[in-house]
Design a protein around this ligand. Structure first.
Ligand code: DX5
Ligand code: ZN
Length: 219
C-alpha cells in the first residue's frame, strides 16, 4: 500500500481552545496540520494571520501544511518559512509566475504546493508537474469550511495521476474540502495521497476516534 496522510484543518478548531485542539492532533493518528490562510481578497473570508500561525507552530509536533488563499503570495514566502511552515501551497489562480514562486518556496526550505480551484483544469500543470511537491485539488470553492464535496473531484484526481505518472514525477495529490468517512476511501482509490478534513474531525463528538476511523479507511 502507498503511504497516505490525514491532515486535520485547524480552521474548524475552537480558537478559544487552540492549544487544546493542537495537542489533541499531536496525540492522534493524524499526520499533518493543515493551516488555512485567507486574505478576504482572493477568497471572500479572512481566517487568521501570523501571530496565530506562530502560536500553532509553537505547539504542533507534526508537518505544518500551510494553504495560502491570498493574492500575491510571493510577499510572504520567507515569513512562513520563518514561522515554521514545512509545506507551503499557493493558488494557481493567484500566481502570474508560478514556476518562479515554486522555486522561491523550495529555496526557503519548504515543500512547494499548488492548489487548484474547482474550475481550474489539472492539465494546466503538465509542464511544471516535476517542480511541484504537492497539488491540492480543491473539492469545494475555497473560503469556508463545512461545504459539500464536489463530485467532479474524482475525475480530476484520475487525470492528475496520469500526468504525474507520465512525467515520472513524485508529486503528492491532496484533497481539500468536504472530506468525510463517506468519500475518504474512494478518494484514495482514485489516486489521492493526502486528505484534509476540517469540520468532519473537529465537529465530531470524539475527534481522536474520528481521526483514527478516517486513518483506517485510507490505509
Ligand atoms: C477551505 C479550506 C479547507 C477547509 C476544509 O477553503 O481550504 O481547508 O478548512 O474544511 P472542511 O473539511 O470542513 O470542508
Ligand atoms: Zn485548505
Amino acid at each position: 500500500m502507498k503511504p497516505t496522510y490525514l491532515a486535520p484543518s485547524l480552521l474548524a478548531a475552537d480558537f478559544a481552545n487552540l492549544e487544546r485542539d493542537i495537542k489533541m492532533v499531536n496525540a492522534s493518528e493524524a499526520d499533518w496540520f493543515h493551516v488555512d490562510i485567507m486574505d478576504g481578497v482572493f477568497v471572500p473570508n479572512i481566517s487568521f494571520g501570523m501571530p496565530v500561525v506562530q502560536a500553532i507552530t509553537r505547539h504542533a509536533t507534526k508537518v505544518i501544511d500551510v494553504h495560502l488563499m491570498i493574492v500575491d503570495p510571493d510577499r510572504y514566502i520567507q515569513t512562513f518559512a520563518d514561522l515554521g511552515a514545512t509545506h507551503l501551497t499557493v493558488h494557481y489562480e493567484a500566481c502570474t509566475h508560478l514556476h518562479r514562486t515554486l522555486q522561491a518556496i523550495k529555496a526557503a526550505g519548504m515543500k512547494a504546493g499548488v492548489a487548484l480551484n474547482p474550475h481550474t483544469p489539472v492539465d494546466l500543470l503538465k509542464d511544471i508537474i516535476s517542480d511541484i511537491d504537492i497539488v491540492i485539488i480543491m473539492s469545494v470553492n475555497p473560503g469556508f469550511g463545512g461545504q459539500s464535496f464536489i463530485e467532479n473531484t474524482y475525475k480530476k484526481i484520475r487525470s492528475l495521476k496520469e500526468i504525474i505518472i507520465t512525467h515520472n514525477a513524485s508529486t503528492l495529490i491532496e484533497i481539500d474540502g468536504g472530506v468525510t468517512d463517506q468519500n475518504a476511501a474512494k478518494l484514495i482509490d482514485s489516486g489521492a495521497d493526502v486528505l484534509v478534513a476540517g469540520s468532519f474531525v473537529f465537529k465530531a463528538q470524539d475527534p481522536v476516534e474520528t481521526i483514527s476511523q478516517l486513518k483506517k479507511l485510507i490505509s
